[in-house]
Write a protein that binds this ligand. Structure first.
Ligand code: AGP
Length: 604
């Protein structure tokens, strides 16, 4: 998941390309680079690490021109150093690439005598184009000839010395948009990258390739036929989020949750009539099964939603991680509803699962935070979560908005399947409507959680335990801790620990137990006692009633606001987010851009 951007026009490009890279940094930040063509030919600057490093390089060795491409990298092939940083050159050709060329080794071997400078899959593309040019093909034919040889996923930007105002681009499996300016044309991985340049975009479709010049964009389909693609006007919502007075984007986004969950509710719940609005196109009387597919944190929201849809709407739900679902040849009935849950709407595995289900004739919905994303555009039904741009790589506000939207949709499913009394509907709608205020109250636990996190930051590993809907929150708590503090952690069903993993419990092992007072509370407390009796240091996350019932069993107790058990997972999430955040801050890790990660995983 890298980010690419390009500009061809009448004025210098470097400063605007670097600004675009900053807006793409959430897609990867292992290294970055820029290439331009100017009076001295094809030139580049590259740097290991974040965009700041590239800016320092450009300060020392300025570089500019009226045509250029730039790239910020999340390494797939080759260590993240300057040598492997894009743009990659060979002869007259410069390339930036997002994706994976799966047959790159075979292609390298098809070019005897070519010397390769890098370990990357991308470099071979520059060699192939240069080789075709040397065989007398025109730049357009050389580019098309090269595309035909590639297997895998790509979004490319290519400039060729001697072709001074054209950028060659293509997409297959990775998103790419053309931006239309005044006597300028742009190329970008997404609308965010181009937001400062234009709001007029043309999203290339699968297999499309194009040649853009300052006044023109020629678009071709996979077969090379000239095609016209729809122009989209992007309206708002792309301002580069600012940290404001917060130390990190992640903390800002944790604190935005009362507002963002409120915005999500506004779209799905009618607070005056205390009911949920059935999203357009979702007729639950048509479906006998729901399939929820996602990755990472988004997957955990689907695991919670399974409880809501099955217990409340009496509709069977299969939840699976996209990278497994897409390859296990799942048995799918046409009366299923497929829901992709994805903050970015670009996650390669989730997108592939959506396309697989579409090929089986299943109704597809995409629950996304980016309504200009590929999933939103390709699904039959696009369901917004309206959480606003989420910059922190560790997902927080998107997760609680995913939960809120799914809970609301489950409520509307109950109603449409006449599986609920009006009193129950009012109770559940009220619980949802009160959630923003309950989140605000939970955020007041911040100082206490910061203290608890200090002890946790000294640990080498941790367990998170829960039962029922708190199991996926235990998974999420463990993921948050791992991905930003680098402490190993495991989320586990509390009832499962004694079937093996309890062997890992030793004196002082931190165990975070998620147990708001509900019908599973006593059982969870029994599991708490099992680990406490073996020396575990218990951090209990419960509510007022639970706190009264457990006395001094826990070393620390985080008492979240009492809520209807329907929305309890959303409230306990606030505690595990703050716990992970403060642990990471105590450890001094890069909270907003943790090592090895990127915000949008657009490669398999
Ligand atoms: C969440 O903290 C992680 N950064 C990651 O698991 C993320 O949720 C996952 O990659 C899915 O991303 P998506 O929601 O954009 O599809």
């Amino acid at each position: 998941m890298c980010g690419i951007i390009g500009i061809t026009g009448q004025s210098t490009v470097t400063e605007r390309l670097v600004d675009g890279l900053k807006r793409l940094e959430y897609r990867g930040y292992d290294s970055s680079g820029i290439a331009v063509i100017n009076g001295t030919g094809l030139k580049r600057a590259r740097a290991e690490g974040k965009i700041k490093a590239l800016e320092r390089t450009l300060d020392m060795t300025p570089l500019d021109g009226h045509i250029g491409i730039a790239h910020t990298r999340w390494a797939t092939h080759g260590v993240p150093n300057e040598t492997n940083a894009h743009p990659h050159f060979y002869g007259r050709v410069g390339v930036v690439h997002n994706g994976i060329i799966e047959n790159f080794l075979e292609l390298r071997n098809s070019l005897p005598g070519h010397k390769f400078q890098t370990e990357t899959d991308t470099e071979v593309v520059a060699h192939l184009i240069e080789d075709s040019l040397n065989r007398g093909l025109s730049p357009k034919d050389a580019f098309e000839d090269t595309l035909k040889k590639l297997k895998g996923a790509y979004a490319f930007g290519v400039i060729i010395d001697g072709v001074d105002d054209q950028i060659f681009c293509a997409r297959a499996g990775s998103p790419l948009a053309i931006g239309i300016g005044e006597d300028e044309m742009y190329l970008g991985s997404d609308a965010m990258a181009l937001a400062q340049l234009t709001n007029k975009l043309i999203y290339l479709e699968e297999g499309d390739w194009a040649i853009i010049s300052p006044k023109d964009a020629q678009i071709f389909d996979r077969e090379g036929a000239s095609v016209t693609r729809e122009e989209t006007i992007i309206t708002g919502g792309l301002a580069m989020a600012e940290k404001g007075n917060y130390r990190h984007f992640m903390l800002k986004e944790i604190y935005e949750q009362p507002e963002t969950v409120g915005r999500t509710l506004a779209n799905y719940v009618d607070e005056f009539n205390l009911t949920a609005n059935l999203p357009e196109g979702l007729d639950f009387s048509k479906f006998d099964r729901i399939i929820i597919i996602a990755c990472g944190t988004a997957y955990y929201s689907g695991v919670v939603a399974k409880y809501w849809f099955e217990q409340l709407a009496n509709i069977a739900v299969d939840v699976d991680i996209a990278s497994e679902f897409r390859y296990r040849e799942p048995v799918i009935s046409e009366n299923s509803l497929f829901i992709a849950v994805s903050q970015s709407g670009e996650t390669a595995d989730t997108l592939a699962a959506l396309r697989y289900c579409q090929s089986k004739g299943v109704t597809t919905a995409a629950l996304v935070n980016v309504m200009t994303s590929t999933m939103a555009r390709e699904a039959d039904i696009a369901l917004p979560i309206n959480a606003g741009p989420e910059i922190g790589v560790a997902s927080t506000k998107a997760f609680t908005s995913q939960l809120t939207a799914l809970a609301s949709i489950a409520l509307s499913a109950m109603k449409s399947r006449k599986n609920i009394s009006r009193d129950a509907e009012i109770r559940l709608a009220n619980a949802l409507i009160k959630t923003p205020r309950k989140i605000k109250e939970a955020l007041e636990l911040d100082p206490q959680i910061e203290q608890i996190a200090f002890e946790l930051s000294k640990s080498r590993s941790a367990f998170y335990l829960g039962r029922g809907m708190q199991v996926p929150i235990a998974y999420e708590g463990a993921l948050k801790l791992k991905e930003i503090s680098y402490i190993h952690a495991e989320g586990y069903a509390a009832g499962e620990l004694k079937h093996g993993p309890i062997a890992l419990i030793e004196d002082g092992t931190p165990v975070i137990v998620l147990a708001p007072y509900d019908n599973l509370f006593e059982k969870t407390i029994s599991n708490l006692q099992e680990v406490a009796s073996r020396g575990a240091r218990i951090i209990l996350i419960t509510d007022e009633i639970g706190a009264k019932s457990t006395g001094s069993m826990a070393s620390e107790m985080i008492v979240v606001p009492s809520t209807d058990s329907f929305v309890a997972p959303i409230i306990t999430t606030i505690a595990i987010q703050l716990l992970a955040y403060h642990t990471a801050v105590h450890l001094g890790t890069d909270v907003d851009q943790p090592r090895n990660l990127a915000k949008s995983v657009t490669v398999e």
